[in-house]
Design a protein around this ligand. Structure first.
Ligand code: XMP
Length: 307
């Protein structure tokens, strides 16, 4: 069934783009990766895949994305290091929605500059069904849905628009994407910036990036298959002991949830040893962290992300 879906989408994209050029914002997540490879199969080098390093990516992600898509899949990949620009734009900002808006706007600014140089006519987007369903309900402003095509005066192509996450994973698998991508947990567009509560600084992002890598590693080692597993820097300092001295350090919350589509979710019943190992590793490998908490709340009432 997915073979015919792929064939049909390739035909549609090829027909729509014709001799024009198309661009896509490639994040390395399953949705945009699938859309990018699909479009690349359809139009080859007429697709320009723009990969923006916002500074909020997971550990090792920029290297992995470049290696996979430029070296292995042969995509026409444009890498933009915009880390400083994003951190500067977020200086002093603490409100979650404000953070999302600024990240979204900065992203569009960066993307627009690249798009103008390429002079493309089409924008391919990996939007999937829950993206536009949730953004209609205005639960959160998902920056990957709004804004881009209108401002850039580009014609939008959304090959995955009717699919849910599990279906996108099937398509990705059929397209030959590596398991690390099609089995990857969802990751929000604003990235680690919404996993540092309140003001975002390079130092705080570095802490949550390390903690997040530990959570992902231990969950994988334990053979667990949650919908998402991640770390959040609460930006609350708590007291602890270190030898004979009183320490005052950061707190990390661990969130591991099971879900079918992200619309509702349950906190996962993770074996105690796994949680203990995560807490031990985070507090011993990251000197700034003194306490680790496990979030046991379902969605609803809580959302999956903390911001
Ligand atoms: P929430 O936190 O609303 O998340 O329960 C539902 C799913 O969406 C992801 N998420 C986002 N994805 N931009 C995104 O692209 C965002 O701003 C955003 N906020 C949340 C979240 O990781 C979960 O999978």
């Amino acid at each position: 069934m997915w073979e015919s879906f792929i064939k049909e989408k390739i035909r549609e994209i090829r027909e729509t783009v014709g001799n024009g050029k198309a661009i896509i914002a490639l994040s390395g997540g399953v949705d945009s990766s699938t859309a990018a490879v699909l479009a690349h199969k359809a139009i080859g080098d007429k697709l320009y895949a723009v990969f923006v390093n916002t500074g909020f990516l997971r550990k090792g992600e920029p290297e992995f994305v470049i290696k996979t898509f430029r070296d292995e899949f042969g995509l026409n990949l444009i890498y933009v290091d915009a880390q400083e620009r994003f951190f500067t734009a977020l200086k002093g900002v603490t409100d979650p929605e404000q953070k999302r808006k600024i990240i979204g706007k900065t992203f569009i600014d960066v993307f627009e500059e690249v798009a103008k140089e390429i002079d493309a006519e089409f924008l391919i987007q990996g939007t999937i069904a829950p993206d536009w369903i949730e953004s209609q309900g205005k639960i959160k402003s998902h920056h990957n849905v709004g804004g881009l095509p209108e401002r850039l005066n580009l014609k939008l192509i959304e090959p995955l628009r009717d699919l849910y996450k599990d279906e996108v994973r099937e398509v990705a698998k059929k397209l030959g994407l590596p398991e690390k991508i099609y089995n990857r947990m969802p990751f929000p567009g604003p990235g680690l910036a919404v996993r540092v509560l309140g003001e975002v600084t390079p130092e705080k992002v570095a802490i949550v990036r390390e903690a997040n890598a530990i959570v992902e590693e231990e969950v994988e080692k334990a053979g667990l298959k949650p919908w998402q597993a991640f770390a959040v820097l609460l930006n609350v300092k708590t007291v602890g002991v270190q030898g004979d001295i009183r320490a005052y350090k950061e707190t990390i919350a661990v969130r591991i949830v099971e879900s079918l589509d992200g619309m509702t979710a349950n906190a996962m019943n993770v074996p105690w040893e796994v949680l203990q190992r995560i807490a031990f590793r985070i507090t011993s490998e990251i000197p700034q962290v003194g306490r680790v908490l496990y979030d046991i709340t379902n969605k609803p009432p809580a959302t999956i992300e903390f911001e």
